[in-house]
Design a protein around this ligand. Structure first.
Ligand SMILES: Cc1ncc(COP(=O)(O)O)c(C=O)c1O
Length: 383
């Protein structure tokens, strides 16, 4: 039996039917704007290839990634749709990006010049670009003041450089009432005005999930949705808006060891958790190397086992964690029983957002953190 056939007792289930449902729901919400699915960072930990293919099946018009290697992964898997790279890349990845037919984000004259140089050397005659305007995120993009200089430069390089789009990105869309949203909106509208009728043939976009859901006037040509497509709310203020969405990823394992621990005993490194009574401890073969944060236990982390909630007990170790299943006889736990860390069991559910709330972070970080050692098992959509 090959190594790849040896199954670990820990895995992530990725529900592609739920993902397709979410894309279809978002598509009908934002129509006539297109949906472009954000599949960077291995599709927020869900698995880029399966998610990208499902996005296109569900009617997404394009994909967005962060890195040249992410474009190559999709192309190697046979994905032919437009793939927008969301920021400028190191110059030495430009040949790969050009060969893979990426759609490039540009915001500097130097970068556009490098693109032309490499495209000419490779004999590539049409290079699609979107200009990114920085309207207040202060991460990447051309300032509205320098926009027209860049636009004119790009136009001079036509037809090799094809200006296909212009876009920006909100810093606070997950707080819809934040005053910076209006300011960014205004600056983007000003930028489009500067372009005049040049903008008529461009794809214009500014929305991530939160903006797509809450700022209908901003939907324009297309929206770039990530977190909502994975069935998770962009933040607490959008929870109600995301009721129709289904979480896509579950994190599961099997109990690897069951033992009885006497009262007053320390559990895990540092003995920071001490048993107060004789109890059954179930060991689960998942740890911080798999993306279960070490301090999840002290922040009230729980798992589902036998359809009930049980607390994680003691510091989470690299590959394993312990669960306090209560007094002997309280419940029947056996090696091999299924444990749900994220997902549903019976009528109970734990979400990536629950982890994020406990840990003071966002659901994005939770799903992106599920490690490469965890096999993704795809639940196929039945069409
Ligand atoms: C430029 C850009 N657009 C869109 C998105 C998608 O955002 P969300 O996952 O909130 O929908 C991201 C993700 O961080 C991004 O960086």
């Amino acid at each position: 039996m090959g190594v790849s056939n040896v199954k670990r007792w820990a895995w992530a289930e990725v529900n592609l039917a739920a993902y397709i449902h979410n894309i279809e729901h978002l598509k009908s919400l934002v129509a006539p704007a297109e949906v472009w699915a954000v599949v960077k960072a291995n599709a927020y930990g869900h698995g880029a290839i399966a998610i990208a293919k499902s996005a296109l099946v569900a009617g997404a018009s394009g994909l967005c990634v962060a890195l040249a290697s992410e474009v190559a992964e999709l192309r190697d898997a046979g994905v032919e749709s437009p793939v927008l790279v969301l920021s400028q890349q190191p110059y030495d990845s430009l040949p790969l990006l050009l060969q893979q037919g990426a759609t490039h984000t540009v915001y500097s004259i130097e970068y556009v010049n490098e693109l032309v140089k490499h495209a000419t050397a490779l004999g590539i005659s049409q290079v699609p670009v979107h200009i990114k305007v920085d309207t207040g995120m202060n991460r990447v993009g051309v300032s509205p003041q320098l926009l027209m200089e860049l636009v004119h430069h790009v136009q001079e390089l036509s037809p090799r450089i094809v200006l296909e789009g212009i876009y920006t990105h909100f810093a606070n869309a997950d707080e819809p009432e934040h005053p910076a949203n209006n300011e960014q909106s205004r600056l983007f509208a000003d930028s489009l005005n500067q372009l005049g009728h040049l903008s008529e043939n461009l794809k214009i976009h500014s929305c991530n999930s939160a903006a797509a859901i809450r700022f209908p006037q901003e939907r324009r040509s297309l929206v770039r949705v990530g977190i909502s497509s994975y069935g998770l709310s962009p933040g607490p203020e959008l929870t109600d808006d995301c009721r129709e969405l289904e979480p896509v990823m579950s994190l599961k394992a099997r109990v690897s060891h069951v033992h009885v621990v006497q009262p007053g005993q320390g559990v895990s490194y540092g003995h920071r958790a001490i048993t107060t009574e004789e109890c059954v401890i179930a060991t689960v073969p998942l740890g911080y190397a798999d993306g279960v944060p070490r301090r999840l236990w002290s922040e009230g982390g729980e798992v589902l086992l036998g359809g009930k909630r049980f607390p994680i007990m003691g510091v989470i170790t690299m590959d394993q964690l312990m669960v306090n299943c209560g007094p002997v006889g309280h419940c029947q736990i056996a090696v091999g029983d299924e444990v749900v860390l994220i997902g549903k069991q019976g009528s109970e559910v734990i979400t990536a957002t629950d982890w994020a709330d406990a840990l003071g972070t966002i659901a994005y970080e939770v799903t992106c953190g599920i490690g490469a050692r965890i096999e993704r098992q795809y639940l196929e959509a039945h069409h």
